[in-house]
Design a protein around this ligand. Structure first.
Ligand code: PMT
Length: 207
């Protein structure tokens, strides 16, 4: 099967030298790519800026901003049988990117942010994707309710929820713990394990 996997953070420029981003290391998404390759699948890995080496024969597509990730997914998703959205996409970007480096002339600096496109949310209706759709939910509260809401709203077959308020899992850690919520109402609990182990279990559940 052909997999499309998004991974890592996005960067939203403020000026030529500064950006807004988040703590995603790409480890979870790259582990998913590796696990899918190990099962003999083809993988397109659409990745924000990370410090990881490309897993095996994955077709790596490097992007920076959410809008670049949107375009990269849009042009490739309908070649895939399975699409997994593990990237931590910035929900907002700066409305007006400064052409020159911003000087510290004032005591306060206000940045106006505007909403980025919801890439996972566009998969079904805007991109017309009919394959298996897997989202992630990075939650700090009401994990089950928020995850189930995203599963339904975004038309996913599976939603992998992880608690990113914990200090031992989630963003930038080598381990994770998660629950896979499925469209059919079933739930699969993935106990604390390395991201490689969690990734193998996610790929196995999808299979
Ligand atoms: O990269 P690591 O350091 O290994 O950390 C892994 C992780 C914590 C980033 C990963 O396990 C994870 O939870 N990824 C999803 C992060 C996220 O942005 O979650 P969310 O609940 O805000 O978004 C819900 C879903 O919509 C996600 O599938 C996300 O990829 C997608 N999304 C979000 C916003 C947006 N504009 N477009 C999207 O496609």
């Amino acid at each position: 099967m052909k997999f499309l996997i998004t991974a890592g953070p996005t960067r939203e420029a403020i000026d030529p030298v500064r950006y807004l981003s988040n703590r995603s290391s790409g480890k979870m998404g790259y582990a998913l790519a590796k696990a899918a390759l190990e099962e003999g699948h083809e993988v397109s890995l659409i990745s924000g800026p990370v410090s990881l080496s490309t897993p095996g024969s994955a077709n790596l597509v490097c992007i920076e901003s959410a809008r670049e990730m949107f375009d990269a997914v849009k042009t490739r998703i309908n070649e895939a049988d399975v699409a997994i959205f593990c990237a931590a996409v910035s929900d907002y970007r700066v409305a007006d990117i400064a052409a020159e480096k911003i000087k510290k002339n004032n005591d306060e600096l206000l940045l106006k942010l505007v909403k980025n496109p919801d890439i996972l949310g566009s998969a079904r209706q805007e991109f017309g994707f009919t394959g298996i759709l897997v989202g992630f939910a990075a939650e700090t509260e009401n994990i089950e309710a928020n995850a189930k809401g995203k599963l339904e709203r975004k038309g996913c077959d599976f939603l992998v929820a992880n608690d990113v308020s914990r200090s031992d899992i989630g963003f930038d850690h080598d381990s994770n713990e998660a629950v896979i919520y499925a469209k059919d109402g079933s739930e699969t609990r993935l106990k604390l394990a390395s991201k490689e182990d969690i990734a193998r279990q996610i790929i196995e559940r999808i299979r």
